[in-house]
Design a protein around this ligand. Structure first.
Ligand code: ATP
Ligand code: MG
Length: 343
């Protein structure tokens, strides 16, 4: 009897020692079994340029950047969805564990991590090893695109095709799913980061104004309007001719011009994927539409533009930066779903 009670308590405690992690290029999210999402912060550290010492992590790092950019360098340890700087990734996760009071010494957690489409064997091992260094007793890798689909409310096990596009910061993953499997998927390096950098070069060329990546992101979020009503926005930067601070006003048409090549490449990739699948599956998708998620799906008008160009409904997900972690959460709360989806 006592043994059973102890077993129940310990069992329950162990159950909660399951963590889900979405190591995104822009944001890291952590999910704890039975608690839900316990953290979502920028995947970035601020480093002192001369001493190379880490000065701040996550949102504190992002905030610090704007203040003293000449002394501080921001390091994004993930590039295009994969781990580019192992040491910084480890330190960042250890910091987030400490912040969320996750202890990995005694009773090691099981860690479920999502991986992007098209990862190489070496990149996949890097995720597994990172999970081990986080202090995990077992690392389970799951497809990020399946997690994003589940987290967007899709029932991926139905015997009909559905399509999801996850447009994040470093890459856009898109896939056709049916009966819980990825029928066809593709990953392209066109997402938030590329869009910000296109905006930086456009303003440099057209207005001789130099801006940083943070300003570019703010301008993009505030004034993008790919379809319909235009918005105006003030942009502060450095005039390349006088070398002095300068403010200009641009509108949505400028942003569209700056990023349209990327947007149309993305649309072409969606078309190619649709042309590459069985006509019955294409018919399912034409009827049900495409799910659009990931932070960059919030680019104003993107859903309407894709829908217009393809003649297919596009459904934008509300809390789009959280689809992947919510989907990992669904998998880890439901052991059957986890077994069906792990690598
Ligand atoms: N309202 C918005 N309009 C346009 N872009 C936005 C908006 N909100 C967030 N973003 C962009 O979303 C991106 C982050 O998305 P997300 O958190 O899905 O990326 P990630 O999962 O970390 O990256 P990846 O999946 O590529 O590894 C950033 O580029 C950010 O600028
Ligand atoms: Mg992502």
């Amino acid at each position: 009897m006592t043994y059973d009670i102890i077993k129940d308590i310990v069992g329950d405690f162990m159950m909660e020692r399951i963590l889900g992690i979405d190591l995104g290029t822009s944001n890291v999210s952590i999910y704890q079994k039975k608690k839900g999402k316990i953290l979502q912060e920028p995947c970035v550290v601020a480093v002192d340029k001369s001493s190379k010492e880490i000065l701040a992590y996550g949102k504190d790092a992002k905030r610090m950047y704007g203040k003293t950019p000449e002394k501080i360098e921001l390091i994004h340890p993930m590039k295009e969805g994969v781990i580019a700087d192992f040491e910084v990734t480890d330190q960042l996760i250890q910091y987030f564990f400490k912040k969320t009071k996750i202890h990995t010494g005694f009773m090691k957690p099981k860690i479920i991590m999502s991986i992007p489409l098209d990862v190489t064997k070496a990149e996949k091992s890097a995720f597994k090893e990172a999970g081990e260094r986080m202090g995990s007793r077992e690392v389970i890798l799951v497809d990020g695109i399946k997690a994003a689909a589940l987290g967007s409310g899709m029932d991926i096990n139905l015997p009909k095709a559905s399509m999801i596009i996850d447009m994040g910061y470093g890459k856009t993953d898109m896939a056709v799913l049916s009966l819980g499997e990825i029928i066809k998927g593709v990953s392209i390096p066109i997402a938030g980061e590329k869009i910000d950098s296109k905006l930086v070069s456009y303003l440099k060329q057209k207005y001789k104004l130099l801006i940083g990546e943070k300003t570019a992101e703010e301008v993009k979020i505030e004034a993008t309007s790919l379809v319909g009503k235009k918005k105006e926005v003030e942009v502060r930067g450095r005039d390349l001719i006088t070398n002095l601070p300068h403010t200009i006003t641009i509108d949505s048409a400028d942003i569209t011009e700056a990023i349209q090549e990327e947007i149309y490449t993305l649309i072409d990739e969606i078309k190619n994927l649709l042309e590459d699948i069985h006509p019955e599956m294409a018919a399912d998708i034409a009827k049900e539409g495409i799910i659009l998620t990931g932070g960059s799906s919030s680019l104003t008008g993107l859903d309407e533009l894709i829908s217009y160009e393809l003649g297919i409904p596009v459904h934008k997900i509300k809390d789009s930066e959280s689809s992947t972690i919510e989907g990992i959460g669904i998998m880890l709360e439901n052991i059957k779903s986890l077994e069906n989806n792990s690598h």
